[in-house]
Design a binder for this molecule. Structure first.
Ligand code: HEM
Ligand SMILES: [Cu+2]
Length: 639
């Protein structure tokens, strides 16, 4: 579509126009709703909150919103690939590149990460008997930085300059020589801003878990989800700064004419190393929390203690450690040589060992247990075979010689969707159904939940199973079409139908949330007959939980107390806990960082400097003030 713009004419793709129109209409409706229902005070309190459950809820809400957007991207990709030589409506200019880039980037950074971090925010403090995260203010900063990055990233689409170099941003394609428009600057800055928030979260989680466990809860008595959150946080703390450095260098290459990733001294392979030293651990950052969620759920709904607890913890740590030794398996075809390829092939294969241990331990936990097939349990059961299949193709890919054949085909696309969706996305669904009462006070409808599960799982396998075959037949990834003679049509059509079945299952989730909100009944503290501490506090959890504080003398203390018909022992003699307070500064920090980023993206340096000074100023003000002074004076909440 061409529109008159000042004196020039400007090309605006019709999907961008459609998105603008839809967003404006939706925006107006939402504004009217907020005004009519008098939700402004509520909105205002959420803008300033530093409470872990509220922040976690916001992470989840926005994660779901972006899931919708990235999911629509996926459906558009699948429509384009449904038949040979398709020319789909939205397929204008270099749209396909933008589609897989925004789909991949959003799914990893703005869907999977925030949903997991949201669940950690909601559940971890409640599971370990902490009143909040160690640094509530910093937690709010983390959230707003994530949202600022995500909004920045989405802005690019509305301004018709979406990034298009893949979620891996491979140089030299991502350098200004080959993609001079601002699209990939959006990629650089949105990941930089949200990544900073993620690093802050990692620090926060580590300190919370180390310092704020309930009295008596030794690390060896801690449930597995907090364990996985702890190990994941260490991975984030090591991996994300590497991404940051890579992005800094790319920024210099793009904006200031340096040559780190191109030219005579620089090399695109440097980018690949930096990206995958971050990128491979990233897939464990996505998988390990899901493992934690499944462990807690499988144990709760089998009415059994988790089998092989020490082995479970050790294998989490081992997977985390090995995750940093294998990055070059993404680079087998780069030409690092046989020694390097052999080393990275073997370390990659080794990861199957701790992963296998975990799989068997989940199975042994169920063995002889009293199994209840609830929705969270169904998702956990669906995870096991799905993830194992992803693991098997992972071992296939780790054979360096064979990878020359599979590399950059749809076989790889099939493999990583089996692992990421099989672990992270199923884990997120399981966790959301499981902890929903702690967020809203109600349990989601079980019948609809099961419909969601079956449609999603069947749609999933229908989508991605055929991709193994199309991949082995040589269908390359990131290529927008294929020929009539390639025998790829039937399989691709199956994939596309599967993708729409998956998509439609998400409509059921929407209906479920609405129905539960309207007709669901409030539940008590412990709707699932749970084992761990989060089920001892009110649903939804309040701002001052654990008063008085439980004393933990074993693993799954709540369960054994229930079985033995006694009350959990409590104490009022505990170490001081964090106090959540309301503050507008976190969101202001995020706003000024966004302004700085926009200034950099468009080379409006006055705006960049203004935004930078604003950020710095806010950090300085924050360093010399303490929002909690009021609470000290009142003596309330200080314990
Ligand atoms: C909901 C259903 C989904 C469908 C139908 C789908 C479909 C696809 C397809 C067809 C591609 C390959 C595009 C190409 O190479 O030409 C792709 C790429 C990708 N997908 Fe998905 N996907 C889905 C969900 C997810 C989820 C949940 C994640 C991660 C959390 C994810 C992460 C990625 C990534 C990282 C890429 C690579 C993008 C790139 O090559 O730069 N996808 N997806
Ligand atoms: Cu990898």
């Amino acid at each position: 579509m061409t529109i008159p713009f000042f004196k020039d004419t400007m090309f605006v793709p019709s999907d961008v126009v459609a998105a603008w129109v839809l967003t404006i209409i939706l925006g107006i409706f939402m504004a009217i709703y907020v005004w009519r229902k008098q939700k402004i005070p509520l909105l205002w309190s959420y803008l300033r909150t530093t409470n872990h459950r509220k922040i976690g809820t916001m992470y989840v809400l926005f994660g779901v919103l972006f899931f919708l957007r990235a999911g629509i991207d996926a459906l558009l990709i699948r429509l384009q690939l449904a038949s040979p030589h398709a020319e789909f409506w939205v397929f204008q200019q270099d749209k396909y590149n933008e589609l897989f880039t925004t789909h991949g980037t959003m799914m990893i950074f703005f869907v999977a990460m925030p949903l997991l971090i949201g669940l950690m925010n909601i559940a971890v403090p409640l599971q370990i008997g902490a009143r909040d995260l160690a640094f509530p203010f910093l937690n709010a900063v983390s959230f707003w930085l994530f949202l600022a990055g995500a909004i920045l990233f989405n802005m690019s689409f509305f301004l018709n300059s979406a990034p298009n170099a893949g979620w891996t941003g491979y140089a030299p394609l991502s350098t200004d020589t080959f993609t001079p428009s601002v699209g990939n600057d959006y990629y650089v800055f949105s990941l930089q801003v949200s990544g900073l928030g993620t690093i802050f979260t990692a620090i926060n989680m580590i300190v919370t878990i180390i310092r704020h466990r309930a009295p008596g809860m030794k690390l060896t008595r801690m449930p597995l989800f907090p364990w996985s959150a702890l190990i994941t946080s260490f991975l984030i703390l090591i991996a994300f700064p590497v991404l940051s450095m890579g992005l800094y260098l790319l920024m210099f290459d793009r904006l200031f004419g340096t040559g780190f990733f191109s030219g005579e001294v620089g090399s695109p392979v440097f980018w690949q190393h930096l990206f995958w030293i971050f990128g491979h651990p990233e897939v464990y950052i996505l998988a390990l929390p899901a493992f934690g969620i499944f462990s807690d759920i499988i144990s709760a709904f089998s009415k059994k203690r988790i089998f092989g607890y020490p082995a479970m913890v050790l294998s989490l740590a081992l997977i985390g450690f090995l995750g940093f030794m294998v990055w070059a398996h993404h680079m087998f075809t780069v030409g690092l040589g046989p020694m390097a390829n052999t080393f990275f092939a073997i370390t990659t294969m080794l990861i199957a060992v701790p992963t296998g241990i975990k799989i068997f331990n989940w199975l042994f936990t169920m063995r002889g247990g009293v199994i209840r097939i609830t929705t969270p349990m169904l998702f956990s059961l669906g995870f096991i075979p799905t993830f194992v299949m992803g693991g098997v193709t992972g071992v296939m890919l780790s054979v360096a010689a064979a990878d020359f054949q599979y590399h950059d085909t749809h076989f790889v696309v099939a493999h990583f969707h089996y692992t990421i969706i099989g672990s992270t996305i199923l884990g997120i669904f399981a966790g959301l159904y499981y902890w929903y009462p702690k967020i809203t006070g109600k349990v989601l409808d079980e019948t609809l939940g099961k419909w969601h599960f079956w449609l999603f799982l069947i749609g999933f396998h229908m989508t991605f199973l055929p991709m193994h075959i199309t991949g082995l037949q040589g269908m390359p990834r990131r290529v927008y079409t294929y020929g009539y003679g390639d025998s790829l049509f039937a399989l691709n059509l199956t994939s596309t139908i599967g993708a729409f079945i998956m998509g439609s299952s998400m409509l059921i989730v929407g209906w479920n949330v609405y129905k539960t909100h309207k007709y669901g009944e409030k539940v008590g503290n412990d709707p699932w007959d749970g084992r761990t501490l989060e089920w001892t506090v009110k649903s939804p959890s309040e701002e001052h939980t654990f008063e008085p504080m439980p004393v933990v003398k074993e693993m799954d203390p709540f369960w054994y107390a229930k079985v033995e018909g006694r009350k959990l022992e409590t104490t009022t003699d505990v170490r001081p806990g964090p106090i959540p307070v309301e503050s507008i500064k976190p969101i202001l920090i995020a706003v000024s960082m966004s302004l700085m980023s926009i200034g950099m993206i468009y080379s409006w340096y006055w705006l960049a400097i203004l935004g930078g000074l604003g950020t710095l100023g806010l950090f300085v003000i924050r360093s010399v003030t303490d929002e909690r002074k009021k609470d000290y004076a009142e003596g309330g909440g200080v314990q």
